[in-house]
Design a binder for this molecule. Structure first.
Ligand code: ACO
Length: 324
């Protein structure tokens, strides 16, 4: 049975950087008080990238995909599967994956979206792994991409300071060498209300609340506990010890969640990739963006054992353990 191996990565960030001070000034104009000090202390976030009105999720996804293909030394025509994880698709349909396929000019291969909010990338990577193991794909593009800023209520300081936009992509190839060793995906829909955007289109109108709402403390607790258990489960499935992991690439929601998780698992903080300070929470894009940063700066090398973890609305969570 072939293994699914990550052979390239890429990313795309909008050009506009919004620092905490910039955001505090913008919110002050609406009589909403926040500060760099509050945001850094509670979240570790220092800035985020915000897409302009002309930029779509599929634009950033296609750009990240091109970079990942170049990194993998493959051309777009080698791709036979495209999976895009996103909560902010360009359209109700066609899927963002179909739009990306069109932008890459490679008609014919399977292309679909996965919606698991901030867990979307690990859900998509696990799905690509299953396709490759089953012999149904040889070269997959797995992309996490979001213009999450479009779901933000800029009058709600409890959420609007937390998120940013961007895209990350990997190329996953059928290989004789070990790649993805194990994956665990979980969801518990009974927690649907602690993190949600309850709007939908009906009779040509937007119905319900279109903005992200969150019970921050409930999300915090559930995220730490579910990710800790998921890490143990996926290591057990792969028959490896936690201490054998070279790098952990967790969902980048909040540096305090990441630190709590690392402490709970007894993981050395030097082994944890953190980009939330620069990117903020980019939902489905956060893990592939962080992975790409750490591959490009030379921290994550070929042969390393990497634990990727996602957690988010649904409630959903999951882990993928992969040999690079
Ligand atoms: N600036 C200034 N003050 C603020 C801000 C802000 N941006 N946001 C909230 N506050 C105020 C609140 O109004 C409240 O004031 P009050 O006591 O006068 O009412 C006070 O700060 C404390 O509010 P809490 O919501 O209790 O703050 P908490 O310490 O829980 O921190 C936070 C909030 C950062 C969201 C925290 O709950 C958290 O980290 N939760 C994890 C959720 C998360 O990271 N979600 C990301 C998306 S989910 C995901 O990706 C998994």
């Amino acid at each position: 049975m072939p293994h699914a191996k990550i052979v390239g990565s890429g990313s795309c960030l909008p050009s506009r950087v919004v620092t905490n001070d910039d955001l505090a000034r913008e919110l002050a104009a609406r009589n909403i008080e926040t500060s760099d000090e509050w945001i850094v202390e509670r979240t570790g976030i220092r800035q985020r990238y915000i897409a302009g009105p002309e930029t779509t999720t599929s634009d950033m996804a296609a750009q990240a995909a091109r970079q990942a293909l170049q990194d993998a030394g493959l051309s777009a025509t080698d791709i036979d599967l495209i999976i895009v994880a996103t909560t902010t698709p360009d359209l109700t349909f066609p899927s963002t994956a179909c739009l990306v396929q069109d932008k890459l000019g490679i008609p014919g291969c399977a292309a679909f979206d996965i919606q698991a909010v901030c867990s979307g990338f690990v859900y998509a990577l696990s799905t690509a792994d299953a396709f490759i193991q089953a012999g149904r794909a040889r070269n997959a593009l797995v992309i996490g991409a979001e213009v999450f800023s479009r779901l933000l209520d800029w009058n709600d300081r409890r959420t609007c300071v937390l998120f940013g936009d961007g895209a990350g992509a990997v190329v996953v190839t059928a290989s004789d060498e070990p790649g993805v060793l194990a994956a665990r995906l979980n969801a518990d829909g009974s927690y649907k209300d602690i993190l949600c955007a309850n709007g939908h289109v009906q009779d040509g109108q937007l119905s319900g609340d279109p903005f992200v709402r969150m019970d921050g403390q409930a999300v915090f607790k559930l995220a730490v506990n579910s990710l800790a258990q998921s890490a143990l489960d996926v290591c057990e499935d792969a028959g490896v010890r936690l201490e054998d992991i070279d790098w952990m690439v967790p969902h980048q929601a909040n540096v305090r969640i990441i630190n709590f998780l690392g402490r709970k698992l007894g993981l050395d903080s030097d082994k944890v990739v953190i980009t939330v300070d620069r990117h903020a929470n980019t939902s489905a894009a956060s893990v592939p963006l962080a992975l790409d940063v750490a591959r490009r700066d030379g921290r994550i090398k070929s042969g390393d054992l990497v634990l990727m973890q996602g957690v988010g609305g649904g409630f959903t969570w999951g882990s993928v353990l992969a040999r690079m």
